[in-house]
Design a protein around this ligand. Structure first.
Ligand SMILES: NC(=O)c1ccc[n+]([C@@H]2O[C@H](COP(=O)([O-])OP(=O)(O)OC[C@H]3O[C@@H](n4cnc5c(N)ncnc54)[C@H](O)[C@@H]3O)[C@@H](O)[C@H]2O)c1
Length: 288
């Protein structure tokens, strides 16, 4: 259902690779809600994925840019402003990649060049986008910027590797720049911390299927899908959330506040050699 929440708004969306991408769903929902936007991704991603097809469907312009390159970002912001004949109202940063994860370097044997690339692609790119946008005064007053994060910024999750540091930096950049942008331009900056989701980046996380099953069992509302993440981003781009800034907002069905759930306990006990556990649980199951 569409509510015209973004009618008249203009935006810039990073990170739509294919139809599984969270940014893809954000673009589709933003289009339905009346926004116009420019889509961007690396030239290589555009060749491998289907970003340009999404641009056709949503009647938007695709401009390639490597988000680690300041000259690329300057060109992107300039062309975007030229295209719209003025400023934009929202930006989505949905960019993440770790060469260490990709090349299977474990956390205690990291390649440091890869580590720097992880930080550059997944976190510093956010700073670069915000710095370039500020230099060009590209965002309207009361605009909104959202980057996608993950709970590994706060808690240790097996095999999330150096992406944990990248997400911690990403969330910190949202706060530090959120202060400056808020103070000077009434623009808000937040991160949305999303449930594990089966996307191209998500599939790169070792054991993603087990992780998704675990968080599903732990979360009272279940995992948030890519579409549910997109819906949340739309509210953050809309005028309904004007005073929300410098926050890391969990869109995770309640997972981040849980310690242990009945459904996870049930699974855990199945793997234990513990007759008492099974007995207790069986009794409880009978009661439910
Ligand atoms: N999938 C999950 O489980 C999950 C959970 C929480 C947060 N997130 C975050 O959501 C965001 C989007 O990821 P996704 O899951 O939709 O996967 P995805 O693979 O569809 O998107 C990642 C995007 O990053 C882009 N990218 C990589 N390097 C880039 C560069 N140098 N310049 C510009 N773009 C570049 C890729 O081309 C791709 O479009 C990421 O920040 C990811 O960490 C994902």
């Amino acid at each position: 259902m569409a509510y015209n929440l973004l009618k008249g708004k203009k935006g810039l969306i990073f990170g739509a690779l294919n139809e599984m991408s969270i940014a893809w769903k954000v673009a589709e929902r933003a289009h339905e809600e009346g926004a116009e936007f420019v889509l961007t991704n690396t030239a290589l991603a555009a060749r491998m994925g289907s970003t340009e097809e999404l641009a056709r469907v949503t009647n938007s312009l695709f401009i390639p840019a490597d988000a680690t390159s300041v000259p690329d970002l300057e060109n992107l912001v300039e062309k975007t402003m030229e295209h719209f004949g003025g400023k934009i109202d929202f930006i989505l940063h949905a960019i993440g990649m770790s060469p260490n994860v990709r090349k299977k370097f474990p956390y205690d044997n990291l390649d440091y060049n890869n580590f720097l690339k992880t930080l550059d692609i997944s976190a510093l790119s956010f700073h670069k986008i915000l710095q370039v946008a500020k230099k060009y005064d590209a965002i309207n007053e009361w605009g909104s910027v959202v980057a996608l994060s993950y709970i590994a910024a706060q808690r240790t999750l097996f095999e999330y590797n150096d992406m944990a540091e990248a997400k911690a930096a990403l969330e910190s950049i949202a706060r530090s720049f959120g202060y400056i942008y808020g103070r000077e331009k009434h623009i808000r900056i937040n991160t949305v911390s999303q449930s594990p989701t089966l996307t191209t980046a998500g599939k790169g996380v070792k054991g993603i299927d087990a992780l998704i099953d675990f968080t599903e069992r732990m979360s009272p509302l279940g995992n948030a899908t890519a579409l549910e993440c997109a819906n949340y981003c739309i509210t953050l781009f809309s005028d309904l959330t004007r005073k929300v800034t410098m926050q890391n907002l969990f869109n995770d069905g309640g997972f981040s506040s849980m310690g242990m759930s009945f459904r996870a306990m049930e699974m855990y006990n199945k793997s234990l050699d513990c007759n008492e556990c099974h007995k207790d649980l069986n009794d409880e199951i009978k009661e439910k």
